[in-house]
Design a binder for this molecule. Structure first.
Ligand SMILES: *[C@@H]1O[C@H](CO)[C@@H](O)[C@H](O)[C@H]1NC(C)=O
Ligand SMILES: *[C@@H]1O[C@H](CO)[C@@H](O)[C@H](O)[C@H]1NC(C)=O
Ligand SMILES: *[C@@H]1O[C@H](CO)[C@@H](O)[C@H](O)[C@H]1NC(C)=O
Ligand SMILES: *[C@@H]1O[C@H](CO)[C@@H](O)[C@H](O)[C@H]1NC(C)=O
Ligand SMILES: *[C@@H]1O[C@H](CO)[C@@H](O)[C@H](O)[C@H]1NC(C)=O
Length: 574
């Protein structure tokens, strides 16, 4: 039985491999984060859970490893861990050849009540709203004229659960230009986020007027005709264009009688402090079906609404952009996926034959921490199912210095917690070094700085850093120890990335790394003194691509000395 199903799986896999002809074990190939088999990818699009399947569409170049020919690629999963790539869902019009329309970022909804009228023969239509980018001036099949360089909002529908799509040529684009007084922004009007607002029984579309740092909110009863309802912004971070917006309802502290709405907004450039390039901020507020209003900061009430609080960053790392949320999940349940890259260097990262990966799916919630409503993110993909081994240890004390630990791996889900250290010197840090070469010439440091109360990821020596002058940097996120005095960090390590979640997930730092294949060592480090109550709980993960990538390496030929660990418990299971 097991043999037969294994054989069947192997056959399916070989067919899959036949179509996409990728091994998924190239150096830097993520083993449990989604990447297309080959070619360029950017923003996640059209995230929708429909009939038990998670659909992930994404900005995709069917023809190469840099941005261009922008189409919607497509992948599906039933568990957010194993993804299957499908043929391109929306292929740039004119490709291969002179492009007349590219398909920029957008959203997908299921329309079970057939409000759009696209349903036929009992099927529930899926409807996508996306930004049409027209490289050249032309008159469209709808009779509408567009100008070269124009961005406008269009729709398409699918009657086979999202695998093939038909553009609504009879009337596209359904929102051709921004409204007065923003008509002159027709080159920067993009990224519609649509969802069903049950309280008002209307479709909502949130669209950015990027250069002006504004979101326009439209409503519709049929996904075809849209009415401008309100506008929002600028607010908080405005250091670059606003793109890829979304607004989602979340109960504060799980209280469903206290629903807040959270706006997520991409900025490029203008990311978090210390990040060159893009980033994602969030703003907590209210939404009544018409208007999004930011809450004032409870800790520093502003006299005017122009600056209610400082920017809240969804992720303090350099590689987390265009965060998008799934439609089709139960009300108040939200999962995000973002693009793990940065426009600063996205086109030159040393991966081939693909470029860019998606983040792990993250469940988002809202919790009061330190008197503020704070977005909490927790990894949701079932990576535990990929576990090949576990390692856990606890140490009453880890002495000052570096200590090798047996986690010489390239794919890990590891949680490290330790006690805060009161009265420490300014250089006092504790953390874990991953993907290190035996001489430590290459290493990625993930740790906590006790005196400034900041979580950090230092990728300044992480491997190939030469392709961009800003890549070799350290990224910091503010993090208070928990009320029991413990600091916790959960690290998802893949072959070319780390995603770090601090505390309960109130801060995250995501960063790409491009280490040498033989840089796999792990060490604990404690500077400025020893660190107490250290526990490590690790899952060593296999590959989600059906077959293992490079086998995990568990031995090291170099002899080391520093073993001053006080080990109180240790287990190693296979
Ligand atoms: C876009 O596709 C065309 C083929 O139609 C190809 O020649 C061109 O190199 C592609 N552009 C990019 C940036 O990949
Ligand atoms: C959806 O609406 C269209 C237009 O009114 C109609 O032709 C079609 O039969 C409807 N489909 C379903 C499944 O209700
Ligand atoms: C309508 O559905 C029936 C039953 O599933 C199927 O036999 C028929 O081919 C469908 N017709 C069209 C036009 O899709
Ligand atoms: C580092 O990456 C750059 C950009 O992809 C590449 O040109 C260069 O050869 C790489 N360096 C090494 C040492 O692999
Ligand atoms: C996830 O889905 C894939 C494909 O259907 C399957 O092979 C894998 O076992 C699933 N994993 C879990 C944890 O359910």
């Amino acid at each position: 039985m097991a043999f037969l199903s294994g054989l069947a799986l192997a056959l399916v896999l070989s067919l899959f491999r036949g179509v996409f002809a990728q091994t998924y074990n190239e150096i830097y190939r993520p083993q449990y984060h989604f990447t297309p088999g080959k070619n360029w990818m950017n923003d996640p699009n059209g995230l929708v859970f429909h009939n038990g399947v998670y659909h992930l569409y994404y900005q995709y170049n069917p023809d190469g490893n840099t941005w261009g020919n922008i189409s919607w690629g497509h992948a599906t999963s039933t568990n957010l861990t194993h993804w299957t790539e499908h043929p391109v869902a929306l292929l740039a019009r004119g490709y291969p050849g002179e492009l007349t329309e590219a398909f920029f970022t957008g959203t997908v909804v299921a329309d079970p009540q057939n409000t759009s009228g696209f349903g036929t023969n009992g099927t529930v239509p899926l409807v996508a709203m996306y930004t049409s980018y027209y490289p050249t001036s032309q008159t469209l099949p709808s009779g509408k004229s567009v100008t070269g360089g124009q961005q406008a909002q269009s729709i398409a529908y699918s009657l086979d659960d999202g695998y093939t799509w038909t553009t609504y040529d009879a009337a596209n684009p359904v929102i051709p230009t921004p409204p007065a007084p923003y008509e002159d922004q027709w080159r920067d009007f993009r990224d519609p986020f649509i969802f069903w607002h049950d309280a008002t029984k209307k479709w909502i579309s949130v669209i950015s007027v990027s250069q002006l740092h504004k979101l326009l909110i439209y409503t519709s009863s049929n996904l075809k005709q849209w009415t401008l309802a309100s506008e929002f912004g600028p607010l908080n971070a405005v250091g670059g264009v606003w793109e890829c917006p979304s607004i989602v309802p979340l109960p504060l502290d799980g209280d469903e009688t206290n629903i807040k709405w959270v706006a997520q907004i991409g900025l490029n450039p203008g990311g978090p402090p210390g990040v060159t390039g893009s980033g994602t901020q969030y703003i907590v507020g209210t939404f009544d079906g018409t208007r999004f209003v930011a809450d004032p900061d409870p800790l520093s009430p502003a006299p005017t609404s122009t600056e209610p609080h400082g920017p809240n960053w969804m992720d303090y790392g350099p590689d987390f952009y265009a965060a998008a949320t799934f439609n089709g999940l139960p009300y108040l349940s939200h999962l995000n996926i973002a693009w793990v890259n940065n426009w600063q260097y996205a086109g030159v990262i040393p991966t081939a034959p693909w470029r860019s990966m998606m983040s792990i799916a993250r469940r988002i919630s809202l919790k009061t921490i330190g008197g503020r409503a704070v977005l909490i993110q927790q990894p949701m993909a079932d990576v535990a199912s990929l576990q090949t081994k576990t390692y856990s240890s606890s140490f009453a004390t880890v002495a000052e210095g570096n200590q090798l630990i047996p986690l010489s791996e390239k794919t890990l889900d590891v949680t490290v917690s330790f006690s805060d250290r009161a009265a420490v010197s300014s250089s006092s840090q504790f953390g874990i070094i991953l993907r290190a070469t035996s001489d430590l010439a290459q290493q990625t440091r993930i740790g906590y700085d006790f005196s400034t109360k900041r979580l950090f990821v230092d990728r300044s020596k992480s491997g190939n850093i030469s392709f961009d002058g800003t890549f070799a940097s350290t990224y910091y996120a503010p993090l208070e120890p928990a009320s029991d005095g413990k600091v916790t960090m959960r690290i998802l390590l893949d072959w070319s990335s780390v995603e770090v979640f601090g505390g309960q997930g109130e801060v995250a730092i995501s960063a790409q790394i491009f280490p040498e294949d033989n840089g796999i060592d792990a060490q604990l480090f404690s500077s400025g003194g020893s660190t107490g109550d250290v526990t490590i709980d690790a899952k060593i993960l296999g590959s989600a691509w059906g077959a293992p990538g490079a086998p995990p390496t568990t031995s090291s030929t170099t002899t080391r000395t520093a073993t001053t660990l006080t080990t109180t418990m240790r287990s190693f299971s296979r």
